[in-house]
Design a protein around this ligand. Structure first.
Ligand SMILES: C[S@@+](CC[C@H](N)C(=O)[O-])C[C@H]1O[C@@H](n2cnc3c(N)ncnc32)[C@H](O)[C@@H]1O
Length: 249
């Protein structure tokens, strides 16, 4: 569905049908998805410019160019990237389009509800040195985990493994006061989509950054994070996604 919102071609009739129902109650879903992807690119670029050379992209999604390794390797061709997802279709595409290309990019089948399983995965350990700074991306993915799935435990487990100077790049669907995000989420619940959608309040999203210092400009709407000229701008009527980057001291 996210691929459909982004205008991609790697989606099925069932995805398109449910996505159209979401668009009826949340007509901004397309611009929100694009603004989210644009944040992912700007934040990855900022991390690479700050000297980070290792990236772990949790909940990668169907490959969408520019992907994390394309952005990071433009700044340092030796940057290493690990893509992690649990969706078999995403994994097939990622293996074909991302990790098939070069040895400094790998794809791992991992479930975010089992953070230790991901962090202790031998392929990840051989590829990423957690004794050195790393950027971990949790972009548009924590709202696919319910509170019972343990999103806070996931972030804590990752934080405890990170070396000082590491960063967490995170975006999340905001539980807007008009209830638009909830109305969209309700469509997923009714159709029993493979993952539920759980919009959260600013306070709940801020809590994911416990133990991190937010770098400038803090927790903001997607298009307010270090905007660049010509970037995809969600616009003032699109306030459904929020994002931040936190640094582990
Ligand atoms: C909305 S997409 C976001 C893709 C990308 N991070 C972005 O922002 O452009 C969410 C991705 O998270 C993955 N995902 C959802 N629940 C997951 C879980 N429990 N473990 C691993 N991946 C998961 C989905 O398969 C999907 O590919």
């Amino acid at each position: 569905m996210y691929d459909y919102f982004l205008g991609g071609r790697d989606n099925f009739a069932a995805d398109r049908e449910l996505a159209e129902q979401v668009l009826q109650v949340a007509p901004n879903a397309r611009t929100t998805a694009r603004a989210n992807r644009s944040f992912l690119v700007r934040a990855t670029e900022a991390m690479a410019q700050a000297g980070i050379r290792q990236f772990v992209d949790l909940g990668t999604g169907v490959p969408t160019s520019p992907n994390v390794h394309e952005v990071a390797q433009q700044i340092d061709p030796d940057a290493r990237v690990a893509y992690v997802d649990n969706d078999p279709i995403v994994l097939v595409h990622a293996r074909a389009l991302l990790s098939g290309i070069r040895s400094d990019v790998i794809t791992i089948d991992g479930d975010l509800r089992d953070p230790k399983g991901i962090l202790d995965h031998p392929k990840l350990g051989a590829h990423i040195d957690f004794a050195q700074p790393v950027a971990v991306l949790l972009v548009a993915v924590l709202h696919l985990l319910t509170d019972a799935d343990g999103p806070e435990r996931l972030v804590e487990t990752i934080r405890d493994r990170m070396a000082p100077g590491s960063h967490l790049i995170l975006s999340h669907l905001w539980d807007d006061p008009d209830g638009v995000a909830r109305a969209g989420a309700d469509k997923y619940a009714r159709r029993k989509a493979s993952a539920p959608v759980v919009p959260r309040t600013m306070e709940q999203i801020q809590r994911f950054f416990d133990g991190f210092e937010l770098i400038e400009p803090g927790l903001v709407y997607l298009d307010q994070w270090r905007p660049t000229e010509g970037m995809i701008n969600a616009g003032a009527d699109d306030r459904f996604g929020v994002c931040a980057v936190g640094r582990k001291a």
